[in-house]
Design a binder for this molecule. Sequence first.
Ligand code: SF4
Length: 256
Amino acid sequence: MQAKPRQPDAETPDAGIVAQVQAEAASLDALHGHLTPQEIIVRSVERFDGGIAAVSSFGADSAVLLHMIAEVDRNLPIVFLDTGKHFGETLDYRDALAADFGLTDIRIVTPDEAALARIDPLGDLHKSDTDACCDVRKVEPMARGVEPFGAWFTGRKRFQASTRSALAAFEQVGPRFRINPLARWGTSDLADYMRKHALRENPLVAYGYLSIGCFPCTQPVKPGEDARSGRWAGQAKTECGIHLSGLEQSLTDTSL
Ligand code: SF4
C-alpha cells in the first residue's frame, strides 16, 4: 500500500458549523428534495448565490446536468478533475459540451505534481493500488477544486450503485453542501431528456462505455449489464472516493 498524498496541516472544522450544515442539508432535502432537478438547481443557486459550483466528469450522461445548469446560469463554475488518465474522447467531449452550452467557467483541477512524483512516478500505480491512485489523482485534487465553494452540484443518481440507493438531493460534507439534483432520476428520464434537447452524447457510449472514468480502469459493458460494472471491473471497488468519506476526510484535513 502506497503512502497517501500529504495533506496541508490538519485542522478540524468547527463542530458547530458542521452540525448547522447537517441540519440545514436535512431541512433543504425535506423542503426541496422532491422537486424536479431544474427546480432544485434554481433553489440552490438562489440559496448559495455566488458560492456554488458543479463538478462534472463529462462522462456518459453528464450532458443532462450541465444543460440544466446552463439554462439557469452558464457562468456557474464547473470543476473538472483531469486525472491525467482520461480517455482523449472525454477531454474532447468536455470542450464540445462547454461550447454547445456556452459554459464560461470550466475549472480544470489536476493532481499535485510533487505528490505524483513521490507516489506514482511511473504513472502505473493503478496496476497495483487503485485506492492510492484514486487518492492522489482524484480525492485530494477534488478537495482542492471544491474548496472555494460552500456547495456544489453533482450528477449522481440513486440507480447507479447500491452505495447510492438512498442518495439525498441535499447532503452535508464537513462544513459544506453537496447537491444531487438528479438523485431520483432513472435511465429513461435521462434518455428522454437527452433526446428532447438533442444533447451531444459522449462518443464512448457508442462503444459500450456506459459509465466513464479513467482509461485504465474503465471497460465497456454488455447490453443489460449494470452500467458501473465496467468501472474497476474484477475488483470490489465501486467508488473512487471523491463521493465517499475520502473526500470528507480530505476536506477535513485541508480545513475546508
Ligand atoms: Fe487511478 Fe484508475 Fe482511480 Fe483513475 S480510476 S485515479 S487511473 S485508480
